[in-house]
Design a protein around this ligand. Structure first.
Ligand code: UT7
Length: 351
């Protein structure tokens, strides 16, 4: 039986089976592994404090808080709820949406600045509370309000590099424990909550591009000293912030990083279906949307009800966008946010 021959050029031929083998190998090499969101979940403590409630505690008003920040209410953990408890509930919701058994998870990363202990990490506590016995790596990332995006970026690298197949990423905070409830400059801004995502390896694009940044020169503008001990804060207790300085830097850096992320991905802003920003201040969010030429109808806004929940704010907003039917499978989302450090970034993904 003769071997079928493929003519490459005038004077070069190869057997057809060799060509097929070559093309198959090439196509396998070109198969990219992406990480896609398989499920999202969140949890908000039931106790809700409105601006009017706060006006009973400090010299402020619903009018001032609403106009300057867009915040109307915030949720506050009760005394028995630690950050890991909030994280657990968000994780359970994300796992159930993804239809994934906890023991299938092979990586856990929690973004938080209010972990239960100095160590073990909140991620280890969540692993244990979920009953995961497969000894998967679990650790926390501290990048303040950018913590969830930093954690997603790291999980994406694990998955693309073949080190994980199904990752649980959580942003969880009990900021109410590190807020000075006598300081009207800060206490009106923050809330508690948790959000989680299950990321899975996929041939289809999920996370397309992310750009994380940090500049430690701004330590004095937004910081706090101290440590959690069994859910209680020890040391210098409160968040310390120069609000105007943070505001100015946030408006400039978020517009820049959002644009750079899109440019590097060669993705036009008009193709973004939803902007899912960190929810600190509606005026900062409006400025970023305006810079990108996105109308408010394309922005997921939860700041009114959640206030600033730091690392939890983006996954909380994602979950709300999905549960309310706004965000649909296949749509393109741009996440962005900034927090203490400064640490900030943006992430383009296909849901
Ligand atoms: O997640 C990242 C971290 N944080 C942020 O993104 C926050 C960024 N910054 C901001 O959102 C805004 O700067 C704030 C909402 C914090 C403050 O808004 P502002 O427009 O920058 O107000 P301000 O700090 O310049 O204060 C204006 C006035 C001051 O009074 P005087 O000095 O003009 O008499 C404040 O004492 O408003 C006063 N003030 C308040 N009044 C009523 C400050 N806090 C309050 C309050 N209620 N809660």
């Amino acid at each position: 039986m003769g071997v079928m021959i493929y003519q490459i050029s005038e004077n070069r031929q190869i057997p057809l089976f060799a060509l097929s083998f070559y093309l198959l190998t090439l196509s396998m090499m070109n198969t990219m592994t992406y990480s896609r969101i398989l499920g999202i979940g969140s949890y908000l403590p039931t106790k809700r404090i409105t601006n009017d409630d706060l006006a009973q505690m400090v010299e402020t008003s619903d009018e001032w808080i609403s106009q300057r920040t867009g915040i109307k209410a915030r949720h506050i953990a009760d005394d028995s709820e630690k950050t890991s408890d909030l994280a657990l509930k968000a994780a359970q919701n994300a796992l159930s949406q993804a239809n994934i058994h906890p023991n299938e998870i092979d990586l856990i990363i929690v973004g938080t600045v209010t972990g239960d202990y100095a160590f073990p990490s909140t991620a280890c506590l969540v692993q244990q509370k979920l009953g995961i016995t497969n000894r998967c790596p679990a650790f926390d990332i501290q990048a303040a309000c950018a913590g969830f995006m930093y954690a997603m970026t790291m999980a994406d690298a694990y998955i693309r590099g073949g080190l994980a197949k199904k990752a649980l990423i959580i942003g969880a905070e009990t900021l109410s424990r590190i807020v000075n409830w006598q300081d009207r400059n800060t206490c009106v801004l923050f809330g508690d909550g948790a959000g989680a995502a299950v990321l899975g390896a996929s041939d289809e694009p999920g996370i397309i591009h992310s750009k994380m940044c940090a500049d430690g020169a701004f330590e004095s503008v937004l910081h706090m000293n101290g440590r959690m001990n069994n859910g209680e804060w020890t040391g210098a207790k409160f968040i310390n912030m120069d609000g105007q300085a943070v505001f100015k830097f946030a408006v400039k850096s978020l517009a820049e990083v959002a644009q750079e992320t899109l440019n590097e991905a060669n993705f036009p802003a008009e193709k973004i279906d939803w902007l899912v920003p960190h929810q600190a201040n509606s005026r900062i969010i409006d400025a970023t949307a305006e810079h990108l030429g996105l109308p408010r109808e394309k922005v997921i806004l939860t700041v009114a009800e959640h206030a600033n929940t730091s690392a939890a704010s983006i996954p909380l907003a994602l979950d709300e966008g999905i549960r309310t039917g706004k965000i649909q499978r296949g749509q393109h989302l741009l996440l962005e946010g900034i927090g203490g450090g400064f640490a900030w970034g943006a992430m383009l993904l296909r849901y």
